[in-house]
Structure formats: structure tokens, C-alpha cells
Design a protein around this ligand. Sequence first.
Ligand code: ATP
Ligand code: MG
Ligand code: FE
Length: 341
Amino acid sequence: GIVLGIESSCDETAVALVTTEREIVSQRIASQIEAHAPYGGVVPEIAARAHAEKLAPMIAEVMDEADLELADLDAIAATAGPGLIGGVMVGLVSAKALAMASDVPLIAINHLEGHALSPRLADASLEFPYALLLVSGGHCQILRVEGVGQYRRLATTIDDALGEAFDKTAKILGLGYPGGPAVEKLALEGDAKAVPLPRPLVGSGEPHFSFAGLKSAVMRAQQSGEHSDADLAASFQQAAIDCLLDRLRVSLDASEPMPALVVAGGVAANAAIRSALEGFAAKHDMRFVAPPMALCTDNAAMIAWAGAERLALGQSDPLDFVARPRWPLDPEAEPVRGAGA
Ligand code: ATP
Ligand code: MG
Ligand code: FE
């Protein structure tokens, strides 16, 4: 089977055709980085408008490249949340219109499920259950992935997501938006031990994350004028890694053993974090799986693949499916202090 995937929940307009045999047949990604850069972050109104302009021609391009008609598709999968609601609605409404016109089933995808299942697109041997560290611009969670649609949240952040902390640190260091890749690059030239920074919640018996205090400490250290930007970047990244590993240890200790540790989401593109996680997995007798960089940050192949996984289970959604600005992967999870989904 073949699935068209559409992603428009943030600042990437993306379209992809993926087969149930894990082949990415064709894909397009249009980043809006330049449109948002002057504002230092994503402006929802600008994002929605850009998605609306770019999406239709991009869909036509991937279909042309694959030499397919809409009626040849087995499903149309679109991100239906969580995210910036204007953009999500542009993608979802487009998918509904195409599905209705061609009588192809619609599959409404949770963007976070796209990230969560992306490692299975890249690696056919990855089976359920697995431990998932989901680290992105809006989320920082540890989940037990038991199957498609079956997620148990073991930990979340009580304030900022890790990607957000990278972006804020980048801003403090004058590196601009988006910040993660810039901080990672600068950190290569710095000394990770140079700046004493806190490791919020490390040592706590509760498994959750907190990054707001770390970001504030980076700000104060920068203002002191005592450190180079490279040392600040490297020390921040090391503090973040120490938090990740400690919080993972607590979460996994409290859960049934899982054979694999999987990382997904935009921050999973960070090579230092990947290598620290690889070491952690080896120490805990777990297999380590990370999707290739291009599948870590927002893309439509992961949305098409989540659609393919649901299609294989015989699932589809009604054409009146409503876009969701908030949509936790584990709706049963207890809310924690100040935390988002
Ligand atoms: P969500 O998936 O939670 O809705 P999002 O879609 O905005 O949020 P992603 O696109 O998955 O998030 O990830 C973007 C985030 O990843 C940004 O915060 C960015 O700074 C971060 N990021 C990207 N590359 C790197 C890197 N090399 N190192 C650290 N962070 C990175
Ligand atoms: Mg993005
Ligand atoms: Fe994302």
C-alpha cells in the first residue's frame, strides 16, 4: 500500500509518499525559517498563511514525481494536532478535501505519534515495546511504547521542553533561531566543565524533567561576562545530557524492562545527545535506535508512516475529524505541576 502524508503543525510544510514496505517514494519539505527569523520564533499567523500557499503545489509535485493519481493511494494521513491550530487546520482540511474527492480513507495523525513511530520507519527490526525519549520543540517525555496508539507516559517536563531550552540558550548567546543546531555546533569548541550550571531535579525520586532553571542559570552566567559563548554552550549541553540520563534511569527503574531505547523528535538530531544515549543503552543492556537526522525534525514521511501503521491495523478516521491544539499521547497520564501534554 501507499500513503500520502501531510505535516503542517509548526513551521515546516511537508508532504511525503511512503509505502507500507517502508519506502519513501517522494517527499518535499519547505521550511519557513526565513519568514520567522526576524521575530526570533514561530509566528502562528505567518505559519498558517505559508502552509496554505505551499501545500497544494507540494502535493502535486510528490504525486507527479511518483507518477500517481489520488485514486492510487491507500490512505491520506495528515497531522491533526497537537500544534499551532491554524497550520494544523490547513493540512487537515486539505487532506479531507483530497480524501473526499478521491474516495481514499483519511487518517488523522497525532504529530507526536509521528515522532514516536518514526524509528520503526527507519528500522524494520524495531518491535514493541520500546522505551521512547521524545525530545522536541514542544515536548520532553519518556514513554513506554506498547503498540500503535498505546503509549504510557513515564515522565514529562514540569516547565520547558528540551528543544525550547536549546532555542532559549541560543537566543541568550545571540545565535538566532532555530537554536538547537547552532548551540550544538558552538558547543564543539567549548569546555563542558567550564561553567557550573544546575542539573534541575537530578537525584529526585520523581522521574520528571525541568529546564527553566537551567536556562536562567545560562542567562546569569552569560551576563557575568566571565565565560566564552562556546564554554556556555558546551556546559549547557552537558547539563542537559546529565539531566536526560538521570531522568531516564529513574523512569526505566520504575518500569517493566524494555529491550530497546529509542530517541525521537528534533533534539534527537543532536550528535552529543545521541552518543550519550547510546552509552546509556549499552550500560543498561538495551538496544539503541535513533532515526536518521532528516526523520528527527519535523517531516511528512513520519506522518505517512504513522498512517501506514494505522492502515495496516484497518484504521481510518471520519471526514469530520476535528483538529486538536492539544492532544497528549497518553491521555491517562496524571497532570504534573505546570506541565503541558
Ligand atoms: P513538537 O514536535 O513538540 O510539536 P516541534 O515540531 O517544533 O515541536 P521538532 O521539529 O520535532 O519540534 O524539533 C524542533 C526542536 O529541535 C527545536 O527546538 C530545535 O532547536 C531542536 N533541535 C533541532 N536540531 C537540534 C540539535 N542538533 N541539537 C539540539 N536541538 C535541536
Ligand atoms: Mg519545526
Ligand atoms: Fe515535531
